[in-house]
Design a protein around this ligand. Structure first.
Ligand SMILES: [Zn+2]
Length: 82
């Protein structure tokens, strides 16, 4: 009887703990996928910037919003900022 009383809560505990571990594993896999995608985006942006530079960037001057916004130069084709 004592054995049964201990087994039922332990089983529910184990099932819930397993579910928690599965959810954490799924989250870590997604985080790895996101990190990989971010890395691929950075590499592709860099490639695009290089290809754009071969023809020549089309730089325009823009100002950060706000009263004392800094000036910066950005390419209208590839968004390269200098
Ligand atoms: Zn460009």
């Amino acid at each position: 009887m004592n054995k049964d009383n201990k087994q039922l809560p332990a089983s529910k505990f184990d099932i819930t703990e397993n579910k928690l571990n599965e959810l954490r594993d799924a989250l870590y896999k997604k985080m790895d996928e996101i990190a990989l995608l971010k890395d691929q985006i950075r590499q592709t942006e860099s490639q695009l910037c290089y290809i754009c530079s071969l023809d020549g960037h089309n730089m325009v001057t823009e100002r950060d919003p706000g009263m004392y916004g800094d000036l910066y130069h950005v390419c209208t084709k590839c968004n390269y900022i200098s």
